[in-house]
Design a protein around this ligand. Structure first.
Ligand code: 3PY
Ligand code: MG
Length: 254
């Protein structure tokens, strides 16, 4: 799973992720059996804790898909546990400086890039690699993804992209819209957010790194993929549930 995900990312083809905040790993596994390329579990705003994420990674792998996990703000040490459990990538929210990016990458990468400690129990089985081969390849196979979603992050984007252990940046358009409007607006598809996305795409291209995004609606995901974003998250699980319920209820006049 890890080898396949890393090589698909390397092609630059757009990939589409389900976005799951539910604690129940069966929900993630259910979505993994749809045509999503990967599943993202959200520990920042969702109900997913480490235990649920570790079990979710296994169930999603059972459906043949890689799992990405977003950690809570600043909980960088959780990164190593999730990678040990077989997460293909970890997303860290609110990375606002090169120092934040380095602190995160330290837990994501084995020496010499970082300080990740050895213990990839489930990851060994999911990667299909022998321990020495996993050590040799893990830094390249697993992704450390830094979220850009504030003014400070936009100002520091070149420094964040330059941190060696950071593989990609992930734009959070909701927080970005709040930041760019001085807290007055929530509009993830505003012109200001679009300009920020274009800027980050250009800087990432110059740095040779990829850009991921939380797209939300599928139409937005398709449009962002056409711009060159490699991973667009669609969803979320609760949105799918509510939209399905509302569509069904509309048929019976509710
Ligand atoms: C944002 O849009 O701010 C995000 O963090 C996406 O989940
Ligand atoms: Mg955010």
């Amino acid at each position: 799973i890890h080898v396949d995900f890393a090589s698909r990312l390397a092609t630059g083809e757009p990939l589409f992720s389900a976005w799951v905040g539910s604690r129940e790993p069966a929900i993630a596994a259910l979505l993994a059996r749809e045509a999503f390329d990967l599943v993202t579990l959200d520990m920042q705003h969702g109900a997913v804790d480490v235990d649920a994420a570790i079990r979710g990674i296994q169930l999603v792998a059972g459906a043949g898909k890689p799992t990405v996990v977003r950690i809570p703000v600043g909980e960088f040490q959780t990164t190593s546990r999730l990678l040990d459990a077989g997460a293909a990538a970890v997303i860290a929210p609110m990375i606002n400086s090169a120092a934040d990016a380095r602190a995160f990458a330290a837990f994501a990468k084995f020496p010499p890039l970082g300080e990740r400690s050895w213990g990839p129990h489930a990851a060994l089985a999911l990667s299909g690699l022998a321990p020495k081969d996993y050590l040799a390849r893990a830094n390249g196979l697993t992704q450390a993804v830094a979220m850009i979603e504030t003014r400070a992050a936009l100002d520091a984007v070149d420094d964040i992209l330059a941190v060696e252990g950071i593989d990609a940046v992930f734009i959070g358009p909701a927080d970005m819209s709040i930041a760019l409007s001085g807290g007055r607006d929530l509009d993830p598809e505003s012109a200001a957010v679009d300009a920020a996305i274009d800027h980050v795409l250009a800087r990432a291209r110059a740095a040779g790194k990829a850009v991921w995004v939380y797209a939300g609606p599928p139409e937005r995901a398709a449009a962002l993929a056409r711009k060159g974003i490699v991973v667009s998250a669609i969803g979320s699980d609760t949105t799918f549930l509510r939209q399905g319920a509302q569509a069904a209820l509309a048929v019976v006049g509710r």
